[in-house]
Design a binder for this molecule. Structure first.
Ligand code: AMP
Ligand code: GLY
Length: 428
C-alpha cells in the first residue's frame, strides 16, 4: 500500500519509522517531512493545509492511506474534504473529521462534550466580550490560581495561569479584546487542578478503541519545569504512577464515555484521541483533548509499539479495531529533546549538525532539520532532534539517551538535563 503522512516534526519521524517497517507499506511519502523522514520514505513538498494539492498528489500517486500528524489540517476539515471528494472518498484517512476535531479546536466545545458525558474535568464557564463583567465576577467566586483558556487554537500559547485576581481579570479583558485574535473571542475560565500531569493516547474507529502506552512530557524550557512553555523538551513512557489501578479509572471514567459519546453523537471519528490528564490524588481529570498524537510523546510511545501500525490503521479506517490487540515493549522509553539556542524565543536556523556515533537501543528522531543546498544536515526549527533510548528501567533509559545526546552537536544546541527526574523522585 502507498501511504502519505502529513507533517514535519519529530512526531512524524517516529510515526514514519513505524509505517516504513510494515510489510503492508510499499511506498511511504511524507509531506513536507524533514531530513529524518527522508531517510525512511520520500519527502514531498506539499502544504498539509492545501487540501487540493494534497488530494491531487494522492490521486496521481495512487495513495491508499492518508495519516494526518498535526491538528491544523484536521481542524480545517481535511478528513471531510477526502470523504466528500469522489476521487478521494475511498482513501483511508487516519484523523477525525471537522466535528470531532473540534474537541481540540474549541475548548468550550470540548468542555461541553465532557459535561454532557459526565467525564471528570475542572468546573468551568465560557465568556465573550459581551459577558466580560460576568466573567470577572465568576473569577471572584474561584480560589486562586485562575486558569484562562482561549477557546480556539492559539499555537499552544492560549492558556494563562495567574495567581493574582486583579491580574487575572485584566488578562481576561485582554484575551476577549483580541490578545490571541479570533482564538480568544471566547475564553474558558476553569478551576485550577493540582496534581501531576500525564498524556494518554487512544486509537479509535469511533466505536472500538485501543489505549496506547501512557507518557509524560516536559513542557517548560528550563530545568525544574521553569521558564517559558515550549512544544515539549522530552518525554518518558510509561509513566510509573499510571499503574493498572489508575489506568482502570482512566478507561472507565474517561476513555469509555469519550468513545461512547462520539458514537452517540454520531461523530465520525477515525484516529487518535490524546487525553491530557491530571492525576489529582489518584483520580484522573481531563485537562484537554487533542485529536492527534503528542509531540514529543509519540517519540517515546511509538518506539514501544510492537504491532504493525499499518494494520492498526487499516482496522481503524474499516471500523474493525476490535480485531486488534496491542503488543507493547515492556521497556521504558526516554526521549530528550535538543533545541536551537534561544528557543522558544528568537533562534537561528541553518546551523551545521553532526550526529555522532550511533548507540544500541537509541534512535534519533528529527524535528526541525533539513539538507542545505550542499546536502549537509542543518537545523531548520526550534526543536531540532531528539534521542529516544529504550532500557529495562527509567534510570538506564535516561542514561543512554543522555549519552547519545552528548554526541550530537551544533552551534547553540541546548537540552534540559533533568528529563524524568521528577518521576525518579516519586519512585523512591
Ligand atoms: P492546555 O493548552 O490545555 O494543555 O494547557 C496548558 C497547560 O496548562 C496544561 O498542560 C497544564 O499544565 C495547565 N493547565 C491547563 N488547565 C489547567 C487546570 N484546570 N488546572 C491546572 N493546570 C492546568
Ligand atoms: N506534547 C504536547 C502536545 O503535543 O500538544
Amino acid at each position: 500500500m502507498k501511504i502519505l503522512l502529513l507533517g514535519s516534526g519529530g512526531r512524524e519521524h517516529a510515526i514514519a519509522a513505524k509505517l516504513a517497517q510494515s510489510k503492508r507499506c510499499n511506498k511511504l511519502y511524507i509531506a513536507p517531512g524533514n531530513a529524518g523522514t527522508a531517510a525512511v520514505g520520500e519527502n514531498v513538498s506539499l502544504n498539509p493545509e492545501d487540501f487540493e494539492s494534497v488530494g491531487r498528489f494522492v490521486v496521481d500517486n495512487n495513495v491508499e492511506m492518508l495519516v494526518v500528524g498535526p491538528e491544523a489540517p484536521l481542524v480545517a476539515g481535511i478528513a471531510d474534504y477526502f470523504a466528500e471528494t469522489p476521487a478521494l472518498n475511498r482513501v483511508m484517512v487516519i484523523g477525525p473529521r471537522k466535528q470531532g476535531a473540534m474537541l481540540e479546536g474549541s475548548k468550550d466545545y470540548a468542555k461541553a462534550f465532557m459535561h454532557r458525558h459526565k467525564i471528570p474535568t475542572a468546573r468551568y464557564q465560557t465568556f465573550t466580550a459581551e459577558t466580560l463583567a460576568e466573567g470577572q465576577a465568576f473569577l471572584e467566586t474561584l480560589p486562586a490560581p485562575y486558569v484562562l483558556k482561549a477557546d480556539g487554537l492559539a499555537a499552544g500559547k492560549g492558556v494563562l495561569i495567574e495567581s493574582d485576581l486583579a491580574t487575572a481579570k485584566a488578562h481576561l479583558a485582554d484575551m476577549l479584546h483580541g490578545q490571541f485574535g479570533q482564538a480568544s473571542a471566547s475564553v474558558v475560565i476553569e478551576e485550577y487542578l493540582s496534581g501531576i500531569e500525564l498524556s494518554v493516547f487512544v486509537l479509535t474507529d469511533g466505536s472500538h478503541y485501543l489505549i496506547l502506552p501512557s507518557a509524560k512530557d516536559y513542557k517548560r524550557i528550563g530545568e525544574g519545569d521553569t521558564g517559558l512553555n515550549t512544544g515539549g523538551m522530552g518525554s518518558v513512557s510509561p509513566v510509573p504512577f499510571a499503574d493498572k489501578e489508575f489506568m482502570k479509572k482512566v478507561e472507565d471514567r474517561i476513555v469509555k464515555p469519550t468513545v461512547r459519546g462520539l458514537r452517540d453523537e454520531k461523530i465520525d471519528y477515525h484516529g487518535f484521541v490524546f487525553i491530557g490528564l491530571m492525576n489529582c490524588g489518584g483520580d484522573p481529570y481531563v485537562i484537554e483533548y487533542n485529536v492527534r498524537m503528542g509531540d514529543p510523546e509519540t517519540e517515546s510511545v511509538f518506539p514501544r509499539l510492537k504491532n504493525d501500525v499499518v494494520e492498526l490503521f487499516e482496522n481503524t479506517a474499516n471500523n474493525t479495531l476490535d480485531a486488534c490487540s496491542l503488543s507493547v515493549d515492556p521497556r521504558t522509553a526516554a526521549c530528550v529533546m535538543m533545541v536551537a539556542g534561544g528557543y522558544p524565543e528568537k533562534y537561528e536556523k541553518g546551523k551545521l549538525i553532526t550526529l555522532g556515533e550511533e548507540l544500541d537501543d537509541v534512535q534519533l528522531f528529527h524535528c526541525g532539520t533539513k539538507r542545505n543546498e550542499n546536502g549537509k544536515l542543518v537545523t531548520n526549527g526550534g526543536r531540532v532532534i531528539c534521542a529516544t533510548a529504550m532500557a529495562s528501567n527509567l534510570p538506564e533509559a535516561l542514561l543512554k539517551s543522555y549519552n547519545r545526546v552528548a554526541t550530537v552537536e551544533w552551534d547553540g544546541k541546548y537540552n534540559r538535563r533533568d528529563i524524568g527526574q521528577d518521576l525518579l523522585k516519586l519512585m523512591i
